[in-house]
Design a protein around this ligand. Structure first.
Ligand code: SF4
Length: 193
């Protein structure tokens, strides 16, 4: 196995780096519903990138391994952070703890929206857990999906109806507060880089 192959083999395909995170009590927490629209999961539970070879062309929010590492966008225990003392990356919470903080995560998503690179339908399913009839639109600057209740007064932030017309990923999406969206590793073919 050559050096590149060895490097790529470190990837666990956990997909965490390709999820968008929400900061909860200082932790960059990922939830299943908030991930890059190009991330897919195989039957064995491992994740892969569906546009790996042209990811930087079609997914401007995608980061190189070096960028992801330097910005704390890898999983906290990612093998690629080995040797980076005190690395603080993204985490998945256990089911019980996640249940406790999920309302706060949903509220934050409603407050700031999600990056345009996310799948808005999945994010909508997350927000719907707050109860009520929710929909989403694209922000005026095209960088985020914003969520609003259809059974409440129209959101002043709403720019353009977006349901069913997801269109192209526009501007590079920033992450949710503090925790960026992003992929990670290096060049694992088809893996969340
Ligand atoms: S590597 Fe991850 S973040 Fe980048 S395009 Fe693929 S799924 Fe999206």
């Amino acid at each position: 196995m050559n050096a590149d192959a060895q490097h790529e083999a470190l990837c666990r395909r956990c997909g965490i780096s390709c999820h968008f995170a929400v900061r909860v009590n200082g932790l960059a927490v990922v939830v299943d519903e908030l991930h890059c629209r190009f991330l897919a999961r195989a039957a064995d539970g491992r994740f892969h990138c569906t546009v790996y070879e042209r990811r930087f062309e079609v997914a401007p929010w995608c980061h190189s391994a070096a960028q992801a590492a330097s910005q704390g966008l890898l999983a906290q225990d990612c093998p690629y952070t080995h040797g980076m003392r005190g690395y603080r990356g993204k985490v998945r919470l256990g089911a019980s703890l996640l249940r406790q903080v999920l309302p706060a995560i949903c509220a934050e998503v409603v407050r700031v929206g999600v990056p345009i690179g996310a799948d808005p339908e999945h994010a909508l399913a997350l927000v719907a857990q707050l109860g009520g009839d929710w929909d989403y639109c694209i922000s005026e600057d095209g960088t985020r999906y914003l969520f609003f209740r259809r059974d409440a007064a129209p959101s002043p932030r709403a720019a353009a109806p977006a349901s069913g017309q997801l269109g192209q990923a526009g501007a590079p999406a920033d992450a949710l507060p503090d925790a960026s969206p992003s992929p990670s590793q290096s060049k694992a073919p088809g893996a969340p880089k």
